[in-house]
Design a protein around this ligand. Structure first.
Ligand SMILES: *[C@@H]1O[C@H](CO)[C@@H](O)[C@H](O)[C@H]1NC(C)=O
Ligand SMILES: *[C@@H]1O[C@H](CO)[C@@H](O)[C@H](O)[C@H]1NC(C)=O
Ligand SMILES: *[C@@H]1O[C@H](CO)[C@@H](O)[C@H](O)[C@H]1NC(C)=O
Ligand SMILES: *[C@@H]1O[C@H](CO)[C@@H](O)[C@H](O)[C@H]1NC(C)=O
Length: 703
């Protein structure tokens, strides 16, 4: 598909496609013309390959070769049709990515998995209002979507099929505290159909699980401010293929659990659910009588209209029929082999499957990934070869529960565990204005450094860092405890240091039929400069992590962050009879190890400038830096969700703590009435031991 490059070249560059041009001319001239270079297959790379660390002008070549034309063209092609995982149109998108990787002469391959996906067959929702005897059918899809639209009807993947008839009741975010507020106002939700509003830190799965616990028959969920759209999504608990929990669903001879196996069943909700639009929700909510509870809830929307929460008098008649079935999913990879350390991996990943057209989610990221492939390939033609191996990964079936990335991580767990330097994720690359990022803390510094090298896409006289710093919330860098994209298997299961990047947040067309190329051009990124900026930050991070002779990790920043987490925990536990001393003293160990490494790095840099560092000596230091994160893993994992092995960052059941998920769960369970200080203290000890393992790995010596 190389012609797509030509058709989108700015006019001024087309003159350079003339074969009469010499390469020297082109290279000295500039960067835009570097596209052209790519098409001269007779071009010979310089004899000795060099890394960006050895030859810094390669970095400028990378930065200057970004193109909003090219990237917008990729996005337009990727989003021509909806491409839900496991459906026929999704293979066209596989081909698009694969053909592009190949056209850049990158080593390309595709891995298939057979997994259990879940599709919509039939749904209906009718209201029986008290003022009329006729049943009123409520719309379940976006206006303008007719029955033969190629966009899938809104549904919740892995919802059980079922029907329910009951009084409507409003449960706000569906958290424990919301049910408590309802109960204290005398509202009995048993036997009702619940209306829930997405938010409050609750995943869809958590909402239905909690509703089932409370005796609700079925749940309809709406999302505020999504412009008539309906938010599709998965209600699967945890991540990865449900039939192969903890191992890879490769084709052929592989153990698969039965659908009735308790390990499989516990991943599925027991009550049925459907997404609805805010407009449909308003029709129901306006008709409710009964208790007034809404003053307890901040920011109840449908402003002023919602007064009482029911139950009833409106009845809802709910039907959902879905189908869980085996489907083939495909991950696409381009691999750039490291010249010095081919067995050290820097992994850049984005998912490709989409609920609808996927212009924001996820193909703004896919367009950026392809653009990085193009830019890396230009650099290779200029003689670049990375020190470590770079993987560019295009995941499938993320929307069903990070399935493509999880199966791959499970398949390669031992290799990734011993050889992966870092994972850099981009899902919805561009949702609107403003830069956002989450990292594991040893990556904070390198992220900041890289954003200082990239021009802000909206203010060309400023660096991205400068705008990010002045306009961002505090803290600037988020942590990655929540399970909302493909970094989850890398970080939470394999302990690989991770980064997640995006422009804009909370975009209104999330998982709706309106997430289209047109929306992107109108609202998300009219000139595609933000796309280019994300690709630049992402690709530059890849270059630094693959090419820096010493892996650019700072564990002092990890120790500081852990101390900050511990201070927050201390405030939360004030008055409780538990001690945080085990954690504080192991943080001190980690800090000491981090300082020692910093000193060694300084010394090694000096020796390096005199050419006195052996490859082996550098590698020993790098291995300590790479493996320290693995120390936070615990083979028993988080209680009740043991696939999640990371004890510092990972999902807690229902908590806003955002770190130490095991401790968070123990505190949460205590608040449920039973005082369980011993359990909290035990979880504190487990975190302390995890930090100690990380410190020991960083020191790199056996006791
Ligand atoms: C009946 O109540 C519903 C919900 O409040 C309202 O939308 C509808 O207009 C009412 N119909 C009549 C005939 O009053
Ligand atoms: C609910 O709807 C189904 C079909 O959609 C219908 O068969 C059933 O009679 C309805 N139930 C009530 C109580 O109206
Ligand atoms: C690329 O950027 C230029 C300069 O801002 C702009 O004029 C052009 O329309 C953009 N191209 C696309 C496809 O958005
Ligand atoms: C932790 O750091 C954040 C900002 O980085 C700060 O707002 C917060 O107050 C700190 N927490 C504690 C308990 O020191």
């Amino acid at each position: 598909m190389a012609h797509t490059l030509h058709t989108n070249l700015p006019k001024s560059t087309t003159i350079f496609t003339s074969p009469s041009c010499t390469f020297v001319f082109i290279i000295t001239l500039c960067i835009i013309s570097l596209y052209t270079l790519h098409h001269h297959h007779n071009h010979q790379a310089p004899a000795t390959p060099s890394t960006t660390a050895q030859h810094p002008p390669l970095i400028s070549a990378f930065l200057n070769s970004g193109s909003n034309y090219t990237i917008s063209n990729y996005l337009r092609h990727l989003t021509l049709h909806p491409h839900l995982a496991g459906t026929p149109p999704s293979s066209a998108v596989v081909d698009y990515v694969k053909t592009h990787f190949e056209s850049f002469h990158l080593q390309t391959h595709v891995t298939d998995y057979s997994v259990l996906l879940s599709y919509h067959l039939h749904s209906s929702l009718t209201a029986h209002f008290s003022n009329t005897t006729a049943a009123v059918p409520l719309p379940l899809t976006e206006p303008g979507l007719d029955s033969d639209s190629e966009v899938v009807k809104p549904y919740h993947a892995y919802s059980p099929s079922g029907s329910a008839y009951g009084k409507a009741v409003y449960v706000y975010h569906g958290r424990e505290e919301d049910y408590r507020a309802l109960a204290s106002a005398g509202v009995d939700v048993k036997g009702c159909v619940a209306v829930a509003k997405r938010g409050g830190g609750m995943s869809r799965n958590a909402v239905v699980a909690k509703a089932a616990e409370k005796g609700v028959l079925a749940v309809v969920m709406y999302t505020d401010n999504n412009g008539g759209g309906v938010e599709r999504g998965t209600v699967l608990d945890g991540v990865g293929d449900p039939m192969t929990p903890g191992w890879a669903a490769t084709g052929g001879d592989v153990e698969r659990l039965g659908v009735e196996d308790s390990e499989v069943l516990k991943r599925f909700p027991t009550v049925a659910s459907l997404p609805i639009s805010a407009e449909t929700a308003a029709l129901i909510l306006e008709s409710l009588e009964g208790a007034r509870v809404t003053h307890l809830w901040k920011d109840v929307d449908l402003v002023g209209k919602l007064d009482r929460v029911g139950p009833g008098p409106t009845f809802l008649n709910f039907t959902y029929q879905g189908e869980n079935k085996m489907a083939t999913i495909q991950n696409v990879f381009a691999v750039i082999r490291g010249s010095e350390e081919p067995d050290r991996f820097v992994v850049l990943g984005n998912h490709r499957d989409a609920w609808t057209y996927g212009a924001v989610d996820p193909n703004s990221g896919t367009a950026a990934l392809i653009d990085i492939a193009r830019r890396y390939s230009l650099m290779m033609r200029m003689g670049w070869s990375p020190q470590r191996t770079i993987f560019l990964c295009s995941w499938d079936a993320e929307e069903f529960g990070m399935i493509g990335s999880t199966e791959w991580v499970e398949q390669n767990l031992a290799n990734l565990g011993s050889k992966a330097v870092a994972y850099i994720n981009v899902d919805c690359a561009v949702q609107g204005p403003g830069f956002f990022a989450g990292t594991t803390p040893q990556l904070d510094d390198i992220l900041v450094e890289v954003t200082k090298k990239v021009t802000d896409p909206d203010f060309s006289d400023s660096t991205l860092f400068e705008k990010w710093r002045t306009s961002s919330e505090v803290p600037m860098i988020q942590r990655l405890s929540d399970v909302f994209s493909d970094f989850a298997p890398f970080l939470h299961h394999a302990g690989v240091p991770s980064i997640d990047l995006y422009y804009g947040k909370d975009f209104p067309v999330y998982h709706t039929a309106f997430d289209s190329y047109d929306w992107m051009v109108k609202y998300g990124d009219p000139f595609f400069h933000r796309h280019v900026a994300v690709a630049s930050v992402w690709g530059l991070l890849g270059l630094r992590l693959a090419d820096d002779p010493i892996i650019p990790f700072n564990y002092l920043s990890y120790a500081l962050q852990l101390q900050n987490h511990t201070d927050s925990l201390y405030k939360l536990l004030e008055g409780d009879d538990v001690s945080l001393h085990p954690i504080t003293s192991t943080i001190q160990e980690l800090e000491d190890a981090a300082k020692q490494v910093e000193d060694e790095i300084k010394k090694m840099r000096e020796e390096e400038s005199e050419g006195r560092v052996s490859v082996m000596k550098r590698r020993i230091l790098n291995d300590r830096l790479m493996l320290a994160e693995r120390g936070f893993l615990d083979s028993d994992g988080i209680k009740g969700r043991q696939w999640f092995k990371h004890l510092v960052y990972g999902p807690a059941s229902e908590s806003k703590l955002g770190f130490f998920p095991g401790v968070a769960d123990a505190i949460y369970e205590s608040k449920e009435g039973k005082k369980q200080q011993a359990m909290i203290q035990h979880e504190i000890w487990r975190v302390a031991r995890a930090i100690q393992r990380a410190a020991a790995a960083l020191k790199g010596q056996l006791n």
